[in-house]
Design a protein around this ligand. Structure first.
Ligand code: CMC
Length: 432
């Protein structure tokens, strides 16, 4: 894939260096600067990885200018409308859609691992009831490495496979347990006659004293949300998983690191912020005031759920979720709910307002997912947990790809040091 070289003149000696340029199957070409320091004594400086490809990957492709997101070459809208989350998990892990027999085997291998070790409920009981479910998720996920010793050897292909299945299978169980625990309600065991997503809704909403019937429209909507959030190439949490894994850390610990990174408001926390904003607006009549604030350069307020760092055309996940959102609201007969009315009005205004059109500030995936979750009766502190369930599939696929890459090295960025130059230690009594 090396098509040409890039040259760079550096240093006082004006040394001319040549670097190979690689062309991927899509997207911008990259300059391989691995030898730069050795050849010139210079590092590159790129906080936030604005121009740096941190790895080679064949899993997910994003073109923010064109509003494109593809998993293994398949367009996200096609997958969301025609596939299901289990099939997408298989696709991310194996690179191809499964044949029927492969799919059935994969689903049963996941179902057979949906229970977690009984001892884990005592770990849960150690947390305060008011814990944020993401705090519980970080701890509970990392603790899996203490229970499943037979899938910790990252150099054994079969152990890696089993760890991958375990992580995808157990995340919804851990997530539902975090919710039940925070509400003081009994844990609900998985019911393997249900599919992955319906089973999750069952563990979340069922109680032992009553029969719970999963609503098919809501289960389909949740499955669509899981597909849309399953992977997003080298975002902060995925890069965290890769960096943690590059040291040879066990897979459960690596995914727990990803969950911690996802928790940040700049990453997986935005859907929660959408609902808080809608509550703050409070009434349709207040919308113009908030739109005015969003446009005011001196006001830090922004319309949550609008705009995206990568998608500068539209967010392809939002286009799918907009339809799902309307299906859910219709199913639940909630078109007249006051918070949801504010959301729909806000969407109308932002899509027709010059300020938002000029800056290409379309509703993003978090705008609609927040509304759907709210309508389903899911508490806002669980929204990021739902993101984590879906993204576990992508994290696991990216972790496996990294471990199986023969070029893999421990991740070790360098720095631009701006601290003190050498100085002598002064005993405490002599310091000023
Ligand atoms: N409301 C009002 N104005 C906005 C907004 C907004 N939500 N987003 C951007 N702008 C304006 C911004 O003030 C700037 O205006 P000007 O050109 O006059 O200075 C212009 O649009 C460009 O903004 P930017 O800050 O340069 O864009 P960015 O790419 O750095 O920010 C963003 C992207 C997502 C952080 C930002 O749009 C934002 O804060 N949105 C709200 C939070 C949100 O919904 N985040 C979820 C993203 S989707 C989940 C995911 O994929 O991780």
């Amino acid at each position: 894939m090396n098509t040409k070289n890039a040259s760079l003149t550096v240093g006082k000696s004006k040394k001319n260096l040549e670097f190979p340029v690689y062309k991927g199957s899509e997207g911008p070409e990259v300059i391989d600067i691995t030898s730069l320091y050795k050849e010139s004594g210079f590092f590159t400086y790129d906080p936030g990885f604005m121009s740096t490809a941190s790895c080679e990957s064949s899993i997910t492709y994003v073109d923010g200018e064109k509003g494109v997101l593809r998993y293994r070459g398949y367009d996200i809208a096609q997958l969301a409308r025609k596939s299901n989350f289990m099939e997408v998990c298989y696709l991310l892990l194996h690179g191809e859609l499964p044949a029927k027999k492969e799919f059935n085997l994969f689903v049963s291998e996941i179902k057979n691992r949906s229970l977690v070790h009984e001892q884990l409920q005592f770990l849960y009981r150690g947390f305060p009831r008011f814990s944020h479910p993401m705090a519980i998720m970080c701890g509970a996920f990392a603790s899996l490495s203490a229970f499943y010793h037979d899938s910790l050897n990252i150099n054994d292909e079969e152990q890696r496979r089993i760890a991958a299945l375990r992580m995808i299978a157990k995340t919804p169980t851990l997530a539902a347990m975090a919710y039940k625990y925070s509400r003081g309600k009994p844990f609900i065991y998985p019911k393997n006659e249900l599919d992955y997503t319906a089973n999750f809704l069952h563990m979340l909403f069922a109680v032992p004293s009553e029969e719970y019937k999963v609503n098919k429209v809501l289960a389909k909507a949740m499955d669509t949300i899981f597909i849309l959030h399953a992977d997003h190439e080298q975002n902060a949490s995925t890069s965290t998983v890769r960096l943690a894994g590059s040291s040879g850390a066990n897979p459960f610990a690596c995914i727990s690191a990803g969950i911690a990174s996802l928790w940040g408001p700049a990453h997986g926390g935005a859907n929660e912020a959408v609902i808080h904003m809608l509550e703050e607006i409070g009434d349709i009549k207040n919308i113009p005031k908030f739109i005015k604030r969003a446009k005011d350069k001196d006001d830090p307020f922004r319309l949550m759920g609008f705009g995206h760092r990568v998608y500068k055309n539209y967010d392809p996940r939002a286009s799918v979720l907009k339809d799902t959102c309307h299906e859910v609201l219709t199913e639940l007969d909630m078109q007249n709910n006051s918070l949801l009315k504010i959301a729909m009005k806000l969407e109308d205004i932002a899509l027709t307002d010059k300020y938002f059109i000029k800056r290409k500030l379309y509703p993003n995936v978090d705008f609609y997912s927040g509304i759907i979750y709210k309508a389903m009766g899911i508490p806002s502190n669980l929204y990021t947990v739902l993101f984590a369930i879906a993204r576990t599939a992508g994290w696991v696929a990216q972790w496996k790809e990294m471990i199986e890459d023969p070029k893999q090295k421990i991740g070790r960025p360098r720095q631009l040091y701006t601290g003190h130059k050498p100085r002598n230690y002064v005993p405490v009594g002599k310091r000023k």
